[in-house]
Design a protein around this ligand. Structure first.
Ligand SMILES: Cc1ncc(COP(=O)(O)O)c(C=O)c1O
Length: 425
């Protein structure tokens, strides 16, 4: 039996992140199948996992990039993606520019995707005169949880659809050609919702395209669902999504009066979620006793916290958990009990098993013991990318397992010296 996880833990310490190339290859082949055919182009929403190694894999499979900051653009350039806007291998989607954003757009000639009407004037004042994309809030949409609303009146993203005629006029007056319309409306938790929303989105773009005669592309955003509660497999809805995408591409090409209209999608989570695992060590198991305020709880204390993986604390995200015991990576089976998995941070919310409303959600696990490894699955998207140094813990190292089984370090564990390096006095 393999002792892979334990050996790596013995060498590198815990917690650590592990990315599996073989899983990524399978996800990439699904996306290649989904977007096969002329005019269909996938981008990787790199915010999900911006590691150079991952970006290089995306590039070698012909994906382009959706970036959200000047530094993300430069990381994509570092990984080999071309600058320039013809074709726009890198799209820069933002609701508010900061730091080096405007400088990077100009120096690298990156296609900016404007998420706010005032950005037209900001670009004009900065001296930019190139092509632009407009991110539309079409008035509907739904993230994978309610706190991630991506379209509709409560969503901060994009330009409200009724403001588009005015923005079209302002862009023309500023000498900015609108070459792409974009929307990211999220998946909702169910695939059926994405199919329904994309149909509505296609109808919205059909109405909007005549306002933008220079548009050569439409981007439908990301938000392809990933089911965190079920094992990886070929999702039954993929063929439906493929049929719908081809149908939408035809509809939009007719609305634009251009057979060659490019239709893009930009998944992040779908590609990366199942690729990553966070490996933690169980340090202790302790119990509270019930009283009038509620029942007692068994806490499994592990060495990862929300400084490593924020999603459960941020929005009650569910991740599958697995306990491994002994040097041989044996999965623990047998009797299960409800436990709450918690980390080392000085925050009551540093808990990996909780609901979106913040309440504890004890998980049925074969009772872990100190020394066991606890694997937190499906953390490749918005895992390391959202981590912080809260409580002065250094970022955990990232490892890459090649399809051939070789393990390579992608980033080392952060140290106190790394934390102090930014201080100036
Ligand atoms: C503009 C845009 N595109 C793509 C994505 C990727 O979404 P997902 O990772 O759910 O596919 C996001 C997510 O926030 C986004 O804001």
């Amino acid at each position: 039996m393999s002792s892979f996880y334990h050996d790596l833990a013995a060498d590198a310490g815990t917690p650590y992140w592990l990315y599996d190339e073989a899983v990524l290859q399978r996800r990439l082949s699904n996306i290649a199948w989904l977007t096969e055919g002329p005019g269909l182009q996938p981008r990787f929403a790199m915010k999900a996992c911006p590691a150079t190694r991952v970006l290089a894999a995306m590039r070698s499979h012909g994906l382009w990039i959706d970036a959200v900051s000047g530094n993300e653009v430069l990381r994509a350039r570092h990984a080999g993606f071309a600058g320039g806007n013809d074709p726009p291998q890198i799209l820069f989607t933002s609701d508010a520019w900061r730091d080096n954003a405007l400088a990077v757009i100009q120096q690298e000639r990156i296609l900016p995707n404007l998420g706010s009407p005032g950005m037209v004037e900001m670009l004009r004042q900065a001296g930019y005169r190139g092509p632009i994309a407009l991110r539309v809030n079409p008035g509907f949409g739904h993230g994978h949880v309610n706190t991630c609303d991506t379209g509709g009146p409560s969503a901060k993203h994009g330009i409200w659809h009724e403001d588009l005629p005015a923005v079209a006029g302002a862009a023309a007056a500023a000498g900015l050609r609108v070459v792409m319309l974009h929307a990211h409306i999220g998946s909702g938790p169910q695939p059926a919702e994405l199919l329904h929303n994309w149909q509505r989105l296609a109808a919205a773009f059909e109405t909007l395209l005549p306002l933008f005669p220079e548009a050569t592309a439409v981007n439908l955003g990301g938000g392809l669902p990933f089911n965190y509660r079920a094992a990886e497999g070929r999702e039954a809805w993929l063929p439906d999504l493929r049929d719908l995408l081809v149908q939408i591409a035809g509809r939009l090409a007719r609305a634009a009066g251009q057979a060659g209209l490019r239709v893009e999608i930009e998944p992040g989570r779908y590609l990366m979620a199942p690729v990553g695992t966070l490996v933690t060590r169980v340090l202790d198991v302790k119990r509270t006793r019930g009283d009038a305020r509620g029942p007692g709880v068994t806490f499994v204390m592990v060495d990862a916290g929300f400084n490593d993986l924020l999603r459960p604390a941020l929005y009650g995200a569910h991740h599958a958990l697995q306990v491994l015991r002994g040097e041989a990576d044996e999965p623990v089976t047998g009797e299960v009990a409800p436990v709450v998995v918690a980390g080392p941070l000085c925050e009551a919310g540093d808990v990996f098993t909780r609901e979106a409303n913040g309440l504890l959600a004890p998980r049925l696990l074969p009772c872990p013991q100190p020394g066991d490894l606890l694997l937190i699955h499906d953390v490749g998207a918005y895992g390391y990318a959202m981590s912080s140094t809260y409580n002065s813990f250094g970022p955990a190292p990232q490892f890459w397992r090649t399809s051939g089984g070789e393990v390579q370090m992608m980033s080392r564990r952060g140290t106190l010296a790394d934390l102090l390096r930014l201080e100036t006095g």
